[in-house]
Ligand binder design. Structure first.
Ligand SMILES: [Zn+2]
Length: 248
């Protein structure tokens, strides 16, 4: 059975009005519109970087997964244990790395971020050469795209109910020393008894629909501890410090 493509009708309308405006396929809007191109635009730019570990034992395994159409996952970059950087998706394109995710008011981190996968099985430290390559890549991204340094997050930060990467081995403190991500070092002033941990986590950006999951993600990132969802005095003090940092 043949039918007139929806776009054809729109193209016909455009052809009839071509003296008034140039025409383009109607996928630019869900309704018929006229097209007059402005020269004043450029590519959309991501404003976050999300760090992952692959959970694989080799970079070849990770490359297999990240390029398998059936697996439907990808990232912009993959950094091997030896520091070799592979790009898999153009930066202007939306890689499928964060999945269902939330940070602050943003609910589609794939649209707002670049994804960087680190070749790491989640049970091992990250080699210095790999972290050095990551810092070089983040520096390059920041210089070109102006991603705020504080907008470098872990996958588990934006998907605390589903994800645990990067693991407690990831050196967030080292990254912060280079201007990527936030960090507060103990000892710190204690938080008052009235300090509301859930509100504090939400203020930082965490999705607190599951507070225990958010606490686990926070502790993994800022205290290298994923033992339990109980936050002690040190954790409360670090959270208070980070909120003060973020509000400056
Ligand atoms: Zn991940």
């Amino acid at each position: 059975m043949s039918s007139v493509p929806a776009n054809w009708t729109r193209w016909t309308i455009c052809t009839l009005s071509v003296a008034l405006a140039a025409c383009v396929p109607a996928q630019r809007a869900g309704i018929p519109v006229r097209w007059i191109e402005s020269p004043n635009y450029d590519d959309r730019k991501p404003q976050f970087v999300i760090i992952h570990h692959t959970s694989d034992d080799t970079v070849e395994q990770a490359l297999g997964t990240l390029t398998d159409r059936a697996r439907a996952v990808s990232a912009h970059y993959l950094i091997a244990r030896d520091g070799t950087v592979t790009q898999l998706v153009r930066e202007r394109d939306r890689a499928w790395h964060a999945g269902a995710s939330k940070w602050g008011a943003l609910t589609d981190m794939n649209s707002a971020s670049l994804g960087i996968e680190l070749d790491n099985n989640g049970r091992e430290p990250f080699p210095d050469v790999q972290i050095s390559a990551l810092i070089d890549l983040l520096t390059d991204i920041q210089e070109r795209l102006h991603v705020p340094g504080t907008n470098v997050l872990g996958h588990a930060d934006v998907a605390p109910r589903r994800k645990v990467d990067p693991s407690v081995y990831f050196p967030w403190k080292t990254l912060a020393a280079h201007g990527f991500g936030r960090w507060c070092d103990s000892p710190l002033p204690s938080a008052p008894a009235s300090f509301d941990v859930a509100l504090g986590l939400q203020t930082l950006g965490y999705d607190v629909s599951d507070v225990e999951a958010a606490i686990m993600a926070f502790k993994r990132h800022f205290l290298a501890d994923d033992s339990s969802p109980v936050i002690d005095e040190t954790g409360r003090a670090v959270l208070q410090c980070l909120i003060r940092q973020a509000s400056r």
